[in-house]
Design a protein around this ligand. Structure first.
Ligand code: UDP
Length: 244
């Protein structure tokens, strides 16, 4: 795929320009980071697997009426996406307690959260992505109340669709992070990616609390078999979307 100028390089992806100012190419890298980039490494073939996983999930959400930046997938590591201005919020949806929620609140790992939590973090590595309140979002002028409400509704709907889909894959969607952007019509659309890098996914076929982990926690916690876990997620998604 011929690429235009590099527009932005993040931890896991590179954005390239195209002839069309409204269209970018998102290239998925094998680079992996954790703990605000203090831990760095590579997960072999992660870019290929996450590009495929994210492509299927974006298509699924589009088919359910959720606006996303995804246009099409043009190679095994590249998708064409609509150019958006990212809202500087990391939106985390939690169905079960894990990660920072357990550390900060003492809630036991795996505690069901009903209704699910929708949380906002400030997308700012220098500040360590702090947890925000609606009042802080307003005071910092990161987004209007209306935008926060739109994002909350979208995140809740996305969660419903993803829970249902992953259930068919025999995977529990524990929590995940979303990013949203504004397109040139000022419409809020889902951006970034949804993949084992950005979700906690537990294998329903496995009872062991470490073996069941099918996401980046294997990298964060040095549990091994990281590539195999990502491949397993992709295989189960493919078995649903393109059954033999
Ligand atoms: N997450 C992410 N990027 C971040 C922070 C979190 O994709 O910069 C995802 C993470 O993989 C998990 C969810 O958001 O699925 C909730 O993460 P948490 O707040 O528990 O933080 P962590 O324990 O990952 O530091």
């Amino acid at each position: 795929m011929a690429e235009g100028p590099k527009r932005y390089e993040g931890k896991a992806k590179i954005l390239y320009g195209t002839d069309d100012p409204d269209v970018l190419i998102s290239y998925f890298k094998d680079d992996a980071t954790a703990f605000n980039a203090q831990k760095r490494g590579q997960i072999l073939e992660k870019g290929r697997m996450n590009c495929a996983i994210a492509s299927h999930l974006f298509q699924l959400l589009e088919s359910q009426g959720i606006p996303t930046h995804w246009i099409d997938t043009v190679s095994d590591r590249e998708m064409r996406v609509r150019a958006v201005t990212i809202v500087p919020l990391e939106v985390v949806v939690r169905n079960f307690a894990a990660g920072s929620l357990c550390q900060q609140t003492g809630l036991p790992l795996g505690t069901p959260l009903t209704p699910p939590l929708v949380e906002f973090y400030y997308k700012n590595d220098d500040l360590g992505d702090p947890l925000l309140t609606r009042d802080r979002i307003r005071a910092m002028q990161l987004a209007t109340d209306e935008t926060v409400e739109t994002i909350t509704q979208l995140a809740t709907a996305i969660n419903r669709h993803l829970i249902e889909f992953f259930q068919k894959c025999h995977i529990t969607l524990v929590d995940f992070k979303l990013e949203f952007g504004r397109d040139r019509h000022q419409q809020i659309v889902l951006a970034d990616e949804i993949s084992p890098d950005t979700c906690r996914l537990w294998d329903d076929m496995e009872t062991d609390t470490q073996n069941r982990i099918l996401d980046k926690d294997r990298f964060r916690q040095d549990l091994g078999n990281v590539e195999a876990a990502y491949q397993e997620v992709l295989n189960r998604i493919l078995a649903q979307v393109a059954p033999n």
